[in-house]
Design a protein around this ligand. Structure first.
Ligand SMILES: Cc1cc2nc3c(=O)[nH]c(=O)nc-3n(C[C@H](O)[C@H](O)[C@H](O)COP(=O)(O)OP(=O)(O)OC[C@H]3O[C@@H](n4cnc5c(N)ncnc54)[C@H](O)[C@@H]3O)c2cc1C
Length: 406
């Protein structure tokens, strides 16, 4: 079957787009450079992966509609009903409760591989979706019918629409000549998993240190609510030091930086570092080509929004393509793709700018800025309507949501 849409990159975002389109009967081919799909093993008794995502209730609704949320929850997902954020250099603190936003949970912490394995299983069950692994693209060309890709080995593949979902360093984006200047945040994320003496109580906590934010994201393993996934954004030098520490010393460093809020911290895994670069592609579309997820924008993880923004790109693009298909318009049409770009660019740009603002404000050591920051945090904490608005934004309730997310 000739593909109507080829998705390059079967990560969480590309796989979600393929599931949305395939579920509606569109012929989709997903190409991924990874050699094989993820194993569909039961994760019980297995240590958690170090790469996790905070999945908002809006993204949860999207994944539920695809029939994958049940699989995710059956494997491993930890709901959080509270969030606490504070400034290590002062007294400012803000706390959010799910009840204040009228939702049962503010989100779930889920291992990326758990999300992806559930999506891959769903794709395998869709008759119009073909997943190809070990598929590395080497060439891209716009043509009269859409776009043509060349794979390593020389095979050519053409389709009316090609979607770049191949991550922050998207090869397809570069082959198409779309710029996305990297902006170094000056920070590196150190990720690991810890066990804490005190239970996390379903609260996602983050302290802003002068060198960057440190998040303790709640994980419940085998019914034991004393684990956290760590995302510590810090200077490259500090990250190198942390990655080189033996586990006992890593736990001690985390406990001290976290002001002992969850008691003794024991690292149950080594630390891994991930560079933090923000990028925004200068354009999201060309005739026959659309960029989604990290290929279009990569964002500092301090507010846990990256994959949620990407899932929203997938939902909006699918809505536009399926609507066009009902009206007999081909998927690569410039007009349809422009509608997708218009609907997503503003939201993503606003979130990127907000992350820059947070990082600069919390990194500032000037006493006047530190005072303003602390007064601001505590002020917002007391201002119920502003707080409610912020929470609605954080859980993904922004603008007109596509039907798949309502
Ligand atoms: C430390 C850290 C913490 C984070 N925490 C959160 C969080 O709490 N919440 C949140 O929403 N987001 C979070 N994010 C962001 C989130 O991880 C990303 O936004 C998300 O992984 C992007 O998904 P994606 O599918 O667009 O890209 P990717 O996950 O990068 O997937 C890209 C896929 O494309 C494939 N690929 C790459 N190149 C090629 C090629 N040339 N040909 C074919 N295939 C290719 C890859 O194999 C991969 O499968 C975090 C990020 C970091 C770094």
């Amino acid at each position: 079957m000739r593909a109507e849409v080829v998705v390059v990159g079967g990560g969480m975002v590309g796989a979600t787009l393929a599931a949305l389109l395939g579920g509606a009967g569109v012929a989709v081919t997903v190409l991924d450079a990874r050699p094989a799909p993820l194993a569909q093993d039961d994760v019980a008794g297995m240590p958690p992966g170090r790469r996790v995502s905070a999945v908002t209730p809006v993204s949860q609704r999207l994944l539920s509609g695809l029939g994958v949320w049940e699989t995710i929850v059956a494997r491993r997902a930890t709901p959080y009903t509270g969030m606490a954020v504070w400034d290590a250099q002062g007294s400012g603190e803000i706390a959010f409760e799910a009840g204040q936003a009228g939702v049962p949970a503010l989100g779930h912490i889920v291992e990326n591989d758990v999300i992806l394995a559930a999506l891959e299983a769903r794709l395998a069950a869709l008759p119009t979706v073909t997943q190809r692994f070990g598929a590395v693209i080497e060439g891209y060309q716009e043509d009269a019918d859409g776009a043509c890709l060349t794979l390593a080995g020389g095979e050519a593949l053409s389709a009316p629409l090609v979607v770049a979902a191949d991550g922050a360093r998207s090869r397809l984006r570069s082959l198409a000549g779309i710029a996305a200047e990297p902006r170094d945040t000056g920070q590196v994320a150190v990720v690991t998993t810890v066990r804490t003496a005190l239970p996390h109580g379903g609260v996602a906590r983050q302290v802003f240190l002068p060198t960057g934010p440190l998040a303790f994201l709640p994980l419940t393993l085998e019914g034991e609510p004393r684990y956290c996934s760590i995302v510590w954004s810090t200077t490259p030098e500090e990250a190198e030091r942390l990655v080189g520490l033996p586990r006992v010393a890593l736990g001690e460093a985390l406990e001290a930086a976290f002001e002992g809020r969850l008691g003794r911290v024991e690292a149950i895994d080594g630390a891994l570092s991930v560079p933090l670069v923000q990028r925004h592609a200068e354009r999201y579309v060309r005739p026959g080509l659309a960029l989604i997820g990290d290929a279009a924008h990569s964002i500092h993880p301090l507010a846990g929004q990256g994959v949620n923004l990407g899932l929203m790109d997938a939902a909006v693009l699918a809505e536009e393509l399926l609507d066009a298909r009902r009206r007999g318009i081909r998927p690569g049409s410039e007009r349809i793709l422009a509608r997708y770009a218009r609907r997503r660019r503003g939201d993503n740009a606003a979130m990127l700018a907000l992350m820059d603002g947070f990082r600069l404000l919390f990194g500032a050591t000037h006493p006047a800025l530190a005072l303003a920051r602390n007064l601001g945090l505590s002020g917002v904490d007391r201002a119920t309507p502003i707080k409610r608005l912020l929470m609605r934004q954080a859980i993904g309730e922004r603008g007109r949501l596509p039907p798949s997310c309502r």
